[in-house]
Design a protein around this ligand. Structure first.
Ligand SMILES: NC(=O)c1ccc[n+]([C@@H]2O[C@H](COP(=O)([O-])OP(=O)(O)OC[C@H]3O[C@@H](n4cnc5c(N)ncnc54)[C@H](OP(=O)(O)O)[C@@H]3O)[C@@H](O)[C@H]2O)c1
Length: 432
């Protein structure tokens, strides 16, 4: 047992997901060569990032967690048809990222998938970090790449200048998340035509202006957070000031990377980010896609900046509209459900205010349990169902009402609508 008492504290889903995302990013830099000195540097960077995110594990604890995850991966590979009994609770959540990390490494070195020797470890046993061989030889490994990793460390965020064009709810939510990390308010500037939304940025110590050009000239990374129909207007205005040092991140729904790249100077680095409203309480779900000139490290930088806003994922642009359906609009679907829960309670005689606060807490608690337990929703649902009890009766009523089918259709409709708006914005952008 670790004397600090930290060792026995279980890893939750968010912590493990963040850890794997950090390792995935570092892996992408292709600076991993299997030598112990490099391994140590790698895990030290991961350690600093985890600490910055509020997770206080020692370097050895991180190494041991990696070893457990790797063991689970090999076990699943060896026994693909078995239910994969692993020591990692909620393994299914991490499997995709682990496969991405391990397969990219296997393709580089041609290693066999059955080669792990250390998979009979338990979460309670003491990790022997020296047994760990995280990286494998990588063809284009270089000291330069290692420097890049160090530069991507959150401490480096303190140097980065960040701009927001648009000062609305989304800009505010993202700015709040970024400022709760390593970015200093003096390095952030926000613009909007009126002053009505600027006060709350000033309260956070952020400089404000009415000039979009001033924001671009003073920033390395610029969030374009205006309404979608204003994106062409804004990009036309700033375009001549965008240089190859800039990363332009648009959060505008439906505005495609092709449109952004067409409106920006040639070879501009553009990223399309789709946040959702809970960013304002640092519980967002964010998905981004990189444009044709945005490098993996640009994505890694964005991910590192945004990790305080909630869950941050990268994917192909085609998924952005799906994300809009499931998460951007999905927030409203959950509100509808919460409202209906409360109204059911009111119908049964509970005072409205109490019913609404209980419904809100129920949605929050169920969401946190779902995220943090690592369990599949069906499993959690069955755990609440006593045979012949109240919940199974209620669930039967919901199924009779077609709640599952209509929710799936709602995500489908919202996704289709996002695609349709994207096509319209592309047509509008090309007319400019
Ligand atoms: N809200 C969401 O849940 C959500 C989710 C995903 C994506 N998004 C996207 O985020 C973007 C912003 O949404 P929002 O909800 O934050 O909108 P919002 O609250 O209406 O804010 C829009 C901001 O843009 C500013 N603005 C208007 N014209 C401008 C110009 N020419 N130059 C610079 N700034 C200008 C406005 O200035 P004033 O302050 O002077 O009015 C305002 O601060 C939209 O494209 C939306 O699609 C929103």
């Amino acid at each position: 047992m670790d004397e600090s008492g930290i060792k026995k504290q279980n890893w939750d889903v968010k912590e493990t997901e963040l850890f794997l995302e950090i390792l995935k990013e570092l892996d992408m830099k292709k600076c991993l060569d299997g030598r112990k000195v490099r391994n140590n540097k790698l895990f030290k960077v991961a350690h600093r990032r985890m600490t910055a995110a509020g997770y206080h594990r020692s370097v050895d604890q991180l190494k041991f967690r990696w070893k457990l995850l790797k063991s689970a991966y090999y076990k699943c590979k060896r026994e693909p048809d078995s239910p994969a009994p692993t020591k990692i609770q909620g393994w299914w959540r991490y499997e995709k990222t682990m496969v991405a990390i391990m397969e990219s490494r296997h393709s580089l070195v041609g290693a066999g998938v059955n080669s792990d020797r250390n998979d009979e470890v338990t979460e309670d046993s003491d990790g022997d970090a020296s047994m760990l061989h995280w990286p494998q030889p990588c063809p284009d490994n270089s000291t330069h790449n290692l420097d890049l990793i160090i530069k991507m460390d959150p401490e480096m965020d303190t140097q980065l200048k960040i701009g927001f064009i648009g000062a609305g709810n989304m800009a505010f939510g993202i700015a709040k998340g970024i400022l709760s990390g390593n970015v200093l308010p003096v390095n952030v500037k926000v613009s909007a035509p009126s002053s009505r939304n600027l006060g709350r940025f000033q309260e956070m110590g952020v400089a404000t202006t009415h000039s979009n050009v001033e924001v671009v000239c003073g920033s390395d990374l610029v969030f374009v957070a205006v309404k979608p129909h204003l994106v062409p207007v804004v990009l036309n205005e700033i375009s001549q000031h965008v240089t190859d040092r800039h990363i332009i991140v648009s959060v505008a729904a439906g505005v495609t990377l092709a449109t952004l790249e067409e409106l920006l100077p040639e070879n501009s680095v553009a990223i399309r980010l789709m946040p959702n409203l809970p960013c304002v309480v640092q519980e967002g779900a964010l998905l981004f896609a990189r444009g044709s000139h945005a490098k993996p490290e640009d994505g890694a930088l964005l991910r590192s900046l945004l990790h305080r806003c909630g869950l941050v994922e990268e994917g192909p642009e085609a998924w952005i509209d799906i994300h809009t359906g499931v998460s951007g609009s999905g927030v409203a679907f959950v509100y509808l459900f919460a409202e209906a829960l409360a109204e059911g309670a009111v119908k049964m005689g509970m005072p409205s205010a109490l019913a609404h606060s209980i419904a809100a807490q129920t949605v929050l608690g169920a969401g946190r349990l779902l995220r943090d337990s690592g369990k599949h929703p069906a499993q959690l649902r069955s755990e609440v169902c006593t045979p012949g009890g109240t919940t199974i009766y209620g669930l039967h009523t919901l199924e009779q009402g077609g709640v599952r089918a209509s929710t799936m259709s709602a995500v489908e409709s919202a996704t289709e609508r996002a695609r349709e708006l994207g096509r319209k914005s592309a047509t509008a952008g090309s007319r400019k």
